[in-house]
Ligand binder design. Sequence first.
Ligand SMILES: *[C@@H]1O[C@H](CO)[C@@H](O)[C@H](O)[C@H]1NC(C)=O
Ligand SMILES: *[C@@H]1O[C@H](CO)[C@@H](O)[C@H](O)[C@H]1NC(C)=O
Ligand SMILES: *[C@@H]1O[C@H](CO)[C@@H](O)[C@H](O)[C@H]1NC(C)=O
Ligand SMILES: *[C@@H]1O[C@H](CO)[C@@H](O)[C@H](O)[C@H]1NC(C)=O
Ligand SMILES: *[C@@H]1O[C@H](CO)[C@@H](O)[C@H](O)[C@H]1NC(C)=O
Length: 553
Amino acid sequence: MEVSKLAVVVALSVMHAHAQLSPAADDIIDMTYLVSPDSLYWPGLPGLKFTRVSRGPVNFGSGWYEDNDICGQEHQCTHMDAPAHYSKGKWRVHQIPPHRFFGPAVRIDISSQTAQNNEYNLQVEDVQKWEKENGPIPDNSILFIYTGWGKHHDNRTAYYGYEGTDSWLDANGNPLPHFPALSEDAAIWISSNRKIWGVATDGPSIGPSKTMMAHVPLFKKNIFILESVANLDKLATTGDTVAALPLNIKDGGGAPLRLMAFKKARIRPGADDVIDLSYPLSNDTVMWPGRTPFRLFFLVHGLTLIGNNTIWIETNSFCGSEHAGTHLDAPAHFIKGSWRTHDIPAHTLIGPAVRVDMSKKAENNSDAVLTVQDLEDWEKKNGRIPDNAMVFLHTGWGKFVNDFEKYLGSKNRSHRVNDKGESFLHFPGFSGEAADWLVNNRKFIGVGIDTASIDAGQTTSFPSHVAFLGAKKLVLQNVANLDKLPNTGTTAFVFHMLHKDGSGAPTRVVAVKNSAISAGQVSSGVDVRPKLAAMMMSIVLILISCPSCATYA
Ligand SMILES: *[C@@H]1O[C@H](CO)[C@@H](O)[C@H](O)[C@H]1NC(C)=O
Ligand SMILES: *[C@@H]1O[C@H](CO)[C@@H](O)[C@H](O)[C@H]1NC(C)=O
Ligand SMILES: *[C@@H]1O[C@H](CO)[C@@H](O)[C@H](O)[C@H]1NC(C)=O
Ligand SMILES: *[C@@H]1O[C@H](CO)[C@@H](O)[C@H](O)[C@H]1NC(C)=O
Ligand SMILES: *[C@@H]1O[C@H](CO)[C@@H](O)[C@H](O)[C@H]1NC(C)=O
């Protein structure tokens, strides 16, 4: 009896051998609301603006091109509040260490209380009652407060408990909305007694709606906040893992967030286990010739009277091309009628990362291209590109990313081609043949590159865009830190901003070492036999080396 109990413990720990992750659709919950000009926005802040730049026939690529500009704000729809949002000097969004974006999810359900009282705030007793039933909130977790408010998300008046859109404070500085959230006392208790990375709610804010003071104790401990979380009814009370990746906005007080829960994987990275593959977006972000630059605008930066308290607030808005900084091209960017941003299935944004290094080849030749032979040579050394892989091409161009002329290989900032249609640009990339070979011979989810385009600068026909986007692969450009990415052994999370009808989107991309991921019994691509052998061996070793263990109770 006791031995079998022990065997279960051993079996569970061995079953959690490391794994790369390539989840099926049923293994994830996308907890992100789609952002569009029709989405809800906090009273007094701007909503999303979406401007078509191009949608129609062109004389390059496959003959079709879509491109848009977006203006948004950090705190619309599903978003992260960085600690600096209400706490001067604490982390802004680009300063949060990215391993904190992953952790065990715990969910405390107060939906029955909020059904009686739309301003019920989670109390210390609710946390203690939950812990009595489920054990202490684990270290490094993200705590979700399930208020049930997700069911009101299609009704602005019900969701905010207030109809107005112009301002959220009355003339005396008192908040006008009414919604359930977290009490200040519980925020103090949680931040003092538990070691967590973040607190989340399916309501509009962590609140409380009368004072907003629950933010402050959390932010003082650099705990981030996730608000307007979708699908919280589907999250388990314990046992799920979440990944919460905000856009990497330099100096952001918050950011649009892509949030997913994993039902069958544990992701527990330490600080050295995550490689951030995204550059912070800023006014200095180098753009493709002629495209709208990213701009961050301060909306509020200063002391604000809320109720009876004066609080430091930082809130910003931003504008720019969908294709600014580290970004995703959606298939519709080049392919008429194909997927726009909101059509891409969420589970296909995660897969084993591989890195192909052509930096030596490109060192003295800015027009170098990756060939089929280069890919075959890579596979001889590193093994076959795994199914569902994200294939990253390291050209070494990342070191030029802040210098337009070196990065693009051109002095002309407004035009890509001269009057004869010849490209001004010089930087390395995929050859069309290598792109076709991958599409025809390997099963992968996407590609990424540390230059401004996956096609080399000299192209005028964009064969790699046509091949990859034509096959509905993810295409990432301006990918950061590929010099630090190992050739194999990590899993990529490609969490793009989820706005409607995008031809692309700014994207937070991170790679997590597979040693920090375990996939339980359902791991994909991992042979279960070595685990069973290891399990049997562990039990035998325990029985031999530890006779007293047989009386373990
Ligand atoms: C939206 O919610 C408000 C407040 O609960 C309610 O009065 C109104 O009827 C709702 N509107 C719709 C269209 O359901
Ligand atoms: C970015 O540029 C815009 C427009 O030039 C300017 O208004 C804004 O203050 C700049 N943002 C920062 C953070 O400097
Ligand atoms: C603000 O202070 C006044 C006077 O002490 C008190 O009556 C009121 O309830 C306070 N408001 C809030 C929201 O705590
Ligand atoms: C590139 O050129 C430099 C300077 O001529 C040389 O030292 C280096 O070996 C070259 N690199 C390659 C990969 O050929
Ligand atoms: C950039 O290229 C365009 C098209 O050839 C040309 O009209 C323009 O003068 C160039 N600008 C600069 C600064 O050279």
